[in-house]
Design a protein around this ligand. Structure first.
Ligand code: ATP
Length: 295
């Protein structure tokens, strides 16, 4: 369902957070979170279970109040929660009729196109549709509200591999057609390559990294070579892995300096989205374990 009724002029920043914090009783689920998400981007929100992704989206969508700082999304916001509320006794046609009534702006053709694209039966009660088809009804309802910002919590979770690819392709098509901004949380990082162009990486309620995906990846490199305590070139070690006689380092390259050349038995590899995310998360897990052990 879309929230916010005024149409606000599209600006360069679609979603922003400043020193954002949210706690449940005494426990902070989100703390010191600050970022600007430019309009027209597809941003991936990733992080381990319990990192704070759902909390962040819920606060950004205005469904939960922040305890600290501020959050802002420009224009109409549509949020599809992880549970994807199914109106069990309603058919897809009736769900769209409800969408037309509840939303100030409604694009029936756009919602119907989404359902047709995924071959969702229009006259079957939602309770009799598969989990994936029910998710498609929730997506159709969201895109029908013509959001400026579409937030999707785990949109790929119930979908088969082909449907995942088709949903991400369809989302990209919607972004290209309308210029809307998409923020989606997911654990299926490998399938975001070529889809997301912006990354927000959460760990333990804090924003570990955020920004343009190409820039983040270009700013890192992976080195593999003979077992060593240090990488073969300058840079901040994000993660070191050692196996028998071999070491691998995920390194943040020094800014404003030419890319260092490595020689000898070292092999340099560009960093993929999956390498980057998993490396960052593994590094924070190591930190948490060391802290837990009192180191
Ligand atoms: P997942 O990937 O498992 O969906 P997440 O990154 O979306 O996790 P959140 O659901 O935002 O994480 O939870 C962040 C933290 O806040 C967790 O420690 C969780 O236990 C806590 N939390 C979330 N919702 C509540 C709630 N309603 N009451 C109390 N604590 C909560």
């Amino acid at each position: 369902m879309s929230t916010g009724v005024e149409h606000v002029e599209r600006t360069a920043v679609a979603v922003s957070a400043k020193a954002l914090g949210k706690r449940y009783r005494a426990k902070w689920a989100l703390r010191g979170c600050a970022f600007d998400l430019p309009a027209g981007r597809v941003a991936a929100l990733v992080g381990a279970n319990g990192a704070g992704k759902t909390t962040l989206m819920t606060v950004l969508a205005g469904l939960l109040d922040a305890d600290e700082g501020s959050a802002r999304a420009v224009g109409r916001v549509a949020f599809v929660s992880q549970e994807k509320p199914a109106y069990r006794h309603f058919t897809a046609t009736e769900v769209l009729r409800l969408g037309a009534r509840l939303n100030v702006v409604w694009d029936q053709a756009r919602a119907l196109r989404w359902l047709a694209r995924f071959e969702v039966p229009l006259d079957e009660a939602c309770g009799r549709l598969s989990g994936g088809q029910q998710a498609q009804v929730a997506f159709a309802l969201a895109v029908g509200s013509r959001p400026d910002v579409l937030m999707l919590d785990e949109p790929l979770a119930n979908l088969d591999p082909l449907a995942r690819r088709e949903v991400t392709a369809e989302l990209l098509g919607e972004v290209a057609r309308t210029g809307m901004t998409v923020l989606l949380s997911t654990h299926v990082v490998a399938e975001l390559a070529g889809v997301a162009d912006h990354l927000l990486l959460l760990a333990h309620g804090r924003l570990l990294a955020g920004g343009d995906l190409d820039e983040l990846l270009a700013g890192h490199v992976s080195y593999t070579g003979p077992r060593s305590d240090t990488p073969p070139a300058l840079g901040e070690v994000v993660l070191a892995r050692h196996h028998d006689n071999q070491s691998t380092f995920l390194v943040r390259l020094p800014e404003g300096q030419p890319r260092p050349a490595v020689a000898g038995r070292w092999v340099e590899r560009p960093v993929t989205l999956e390498d980057y995310v998993l490396g960052q998360l593994e590094a924070t897990r190591g930190d948490a374990e060391r802290k837990g052990a009192g180191a």
